[in-house]
Ligand binder design. Structure first.
Ligand code: G4P
Length: 194
């Protein structure tokens, strides 16, 4: 999808061979108009899948997930990285290891909001090593919910998260695919038809 590629070309910055900074529109400041277009694109990509719920992980997944939920007219649930005062009973949890941060965290979702009857679309900002998506998939399986697919705004295809997920038979749609990063340069895979 050209939209995301153009936005990265205009505002993104490759910090090194691993990390793309997109703080101006997704990871710190959020561009709402752009995010609405992201929501439209995911809704189109997963059209006809009878989705009943969007699932994401705090914090940067929330903006694209909410916009997708808005377009599809379904609720948006976000996994928490820390349990809150109100989130105590009936938790579905998974361990997520971040290669980027080299730390493990437990992500949790209340079983109250994720049920066997749900058809879930998992949305995230980045798909890198796929640990977050695998954790969210695990939580859906614990709930007995069906997973319609995974939507990532940006996939770094030189990391193996996308491959691992597709090998499990999960439908993965990424709006921009980055094949390589070099300091100050971003290389894209050919346009993905949404
Ligand atoms: P994974 O979930 O695909 O395995 O990714 P990984 O452990 O490598 O990433 C951990 C965190 O780093 C995630 O955010 C992920 O979105 C983010 N990340 C991965 N690659 C990049 C990148 O190239 N650029 C930026 N800006 N972020 C990247 P998080 O810790 O959950 O943070 P947040 O959602 O609270 O912002």
């Amino acid at each position: 999808m050209k939209l995301v590629e153009e936005k990265i070309k205009a505002e993104g910055k490759a910090l090194d061979s691993q990390v793309l900074k997109v703080d101006s529109f997704m990871n710190h400041q959020v561009d709402p108009k752009f995010m609405k277009q992201i929501g439209d694109a995911f809704a189109k990509a997963f059209h006809g899948k009878r989705i009943t719920k969007i699932l994401t992980l705090e914090s940067s997944g929330i903006a694209p997930a909410v916009m997708t939920g808005l377009v599809l007219g379904v609720p948006v649930l976000f996994g928490r990285k820390k349990t809150s005062l109100t989130l105590q009973n009936g938790l579905l949890s998974a361990e997520v290891y971040s290669f980027t941060k080299q730390e493990s965290s437990t992500i949790s979702v209340s079983a109250e909001y994720l049920q066997q009857t749900d058809v879930v679309l998992i949305i995230d900002d980045f798909l890198a090593n796929g640990q977050a998506a695998l954790g969210l998939l695990d939580i859906c399986r614990q709930a007995g919910a069906e997973v319609a697919g995974i939507g990532a705004v940006i996939e770094k295809v030189f990391q193996d998260g996308g491959r691992k997920l597709r090998e499990q038979g999960v439908m993965v749609e990424s709006l921009a695919k980055i094949t390589a990063l070099e300091e100050g340069e971003v290389f894209f895979e050919e346009e993905v038809k949404a």
